[in-house]
Ligand binder design. Structure first.
Ligand code: HEC
Length: 157
């Protein structure tokens, strides 16, 4: 799969989106290309898992895991952007800023900075859902960790 930067979406996306304006729900479900591709809903459910795990890793100050989850989440969003070129380009590029802010907070090992960047990221999830007329898919900070089989506390094995 071609690598792709969130900060610099391919020109093709811009062309398509200049015409489309906002995303249509049906269009978002049409993968480009012939090979079987992950469905957008599957990529999004993966993003949701990453979003949850990232929170608990950051909250625990488990910066190694937080770095890993940030990378996974970014890759999923990049896949979504590349495979589903009808996604609004602005809603994809705006994810780059909070993802960078999360990386900066991780580098600074700063849990408060992490929480602020995390909320910005979550706002980005919701802003795309709203432009896709999917405002009912509303993301927030997780309150409980459903992944009880995984250790999130830093330094534990
Ligand atoms: C650029 C646009 C965009 C961004 C950014 C985005 N989403 Fe989505 N998301 C969508 C679209 C479009 C769908 C509907 C997919 C479908 O049903 O085919 C969706 C659906 C979902 C769903 C519902 C999937 C299901 O089957 O229950 C979840 C959960 C979700 N997104 C989580 C997230 C999270 C978490 C983030 C942020 C880390 C995020 N999304 C960022 C566009 C986006």
């Amino acid at each position: 799969m071609k690598s792709f930067s969130l900060a610099k979406p391919v020109a093709g996306i811009i062309g398509v989106l200049a015409l489309a304006g906002t995303i249509s729900f049906a269009a978002a479900q049409q993968p480009r290309g012939e090979r079987p591709q992950p469905r957008l809903t599957d990529l999004m459910q993966g993003a949701q898992v990453g979003h949850i795990k990232l929170w608990f890793a950051g909250k625990a100050g488990n910066w190694g895991l937080a770095t890993y989850e940030t990378r996974q989440l970014k890759a999923r969003l990049e896949d979504a952007a590349q495979l589903y070129q009808s996604l609004p380009v602005n809603d994809i590029t705006t994810m780059a800023k909070p993802l960078d802010a999360i990386s900066a907070a991780i580098a600074a090992k700063d849990t408060r900075q992490f929480a602020r960047a995390y909320d910005e990221l979550t706002a980005g999830c919701n802003s795309c859902h709203q432009s896709a007329k999917l405002g009912f898919v509303s993301i927030r900070r997780p309150t409980a960790n459903p992944f009880s089989d995984q250790e999130f506390e830093a330094g534990k094995k």
